[in-house]
Write a protein that binds this ligand. Structure first.
Ligand SMILES: [Zn+2]
Ligand SMILES: [Zn+2]
Length: 168
């Protein structure tokens, strides 16, 4: 399968999911957040995967584009993923109900819910346990920072009240 190249801003706003085919829609900066846009991984320089390249006949069966969280060539998180992890860590710092050791453990489990690993489900259970101890407001802050990165099927383990495949 071949993919187009995507242009995405450093915050993660998708500017153009077919940057190679329709360069006229490319922008140097994001109009939502003002950040620089990129089409290549900042660690290894490989192209960011865009929309699936298909013939016009199959064009109406392709899925809506979703930006990758990690580079497929070097495995490092893209800058928008790093920014979300950092924001999630800051949200955890605000959880006054948790002991410093709990906060540390909570943070260590974030990476396992944003990529599918053998620990993903265990991490989700641990995170749910921590979230059950904190005030709804700070818990909600954490949810908003990571919900778009969280692996599908794991979201409901942490937030059972969420309807399946909710966009937010
Ligand atoms: Zn942006
Ligand atoms: Zn890379």
């Amino acid at each position: 399968m071949a993919y187009h190249i995507a242009q995405i801003c450093l915050s993660g706003h998708v500017i153009n999911d077919k940057a190679d085919e329709f360069p006229q829609y490319n922008q140097n900066f994001c109009e939502i957040c003002g950040k620089t846009t990129i089409t290549t991984c900042q660690h290894c320089g490989s192209k960011i995967r865009g929309q699936l390249a298909v013939t016009w006949m199959a064009a109406d069966v392709i899925q809506p584009y979703s930006r990758p969280a990690f580079c497929a060539q070097c495995g490092k998180p893209y800058q928008w993923t790093e920014a979300a992890i950092k924001a999630a860590e800051e949200a955890i710092e605000l959880m006054d109900e948790l002991e410093p050791d709990d906060k540390k453990r909570f943070k260590e489990n974030i990476s396992d819910i944003i990529s599918q690993t053998p620990r993903t489900k265990v991490a989700a259970k641990l995170i749910k346990r921590f979230l059950d101890k904190v005030a709804p407001g700070t818990g909600e802050l954490f949810r908003q920072t990571v919900i778009n990165l969280t692996v599908e099927g794991v979201k409901q383990l942490i937030w059972p009240q969420l309807p399946p495949s909710s966009p937010q």
